[in-house]
Design a protein around this ligand. Sequence first.
Ligand SMILES: Nc1ncnc2c1ncn2[C@@H]1O[C@H](COP(=O)(O)OP(=O)(O)OP(=O)(O)O)[C@@H](O)[C@H]1O
Ligand SMILES: [Mg+2]
Length: 212
Amino acid sequence: MVLSVTSVNKSFGDVAIIKGVSLTLSPGEVLALTGESGSGKSTLLHMIAGLEPIDTGEISIDGNSLSDLSESENAALRREKIGIVFQQFNLIPSLTVAQNLTFQARLAGKKVDIAPLAASLGLADQLSKYPEQLSGGQQQRVAIGRAVAASPKLILADEPTGNLDEQTGDQVFDLLLSSARNEGAALLIVTHSDRLAARADRRKHLSRGQFQ
Ligand SMILES: Nc1ncnc2c1ncn2[C@@H]1O[C@H](COP(=O)(O)OP(=O)(O)OP(=O)(O)O)[C@@H](O)[C@H]1O
Ligand SMILES: [Mg+2]
């Protein structure tokens, strides 16, 4: 099991945001997470990424329970095993496309063969450009490339197509799916689109912090 979430609860102040959520993901499996705005999708992803502490329950990545890890062990696990694609592309503006693509993998001490990666992303001609010189769809493809470059076991994508028009969104979704499947990575993808969610192996719907 790449990911196991067991009976996780999380409150902000007095407000319960995630209530007894459990899920598992196997290698190569694609899970779509849907749910209305404010239902807790991003909070759940942040907790899985170790960016937000949980109150009770357990989250394990590749057999490591996050609560047992120190802050620095948590960061190392995130670097080595998790690729994250945010809704806002979060590229580093002062780095070129090539540097953005390899940045995280280098932090994890992994070498990246950039030519085939860029080719698979349709970015071969863009490598020396800076993010501001790219379209939204191109920027999101860089963000996906960066997330998959270090061959993570788990890819977390928070509405990666939310800022894109339908056609570009479809292309980005395809790319994420094929990148995950080619790498044998488990993929957890948040989407508001039923059409896109239907293409995942499984889907789960979060409603006010609980799975339906
Ligand atoms: N740091 C925080 N402090 C207090 N409340 C928070 C915090 N982060 C999120 N919340 C609240 O938790 C709830 C869930 O937020 P979350 O961002 O997880 O929703 P979401 O399902 O990702 O929504 P969207 O589809 O709009 O992105 C919201 O009511 C939000 O206001
Ligand atoms: Mg969100």
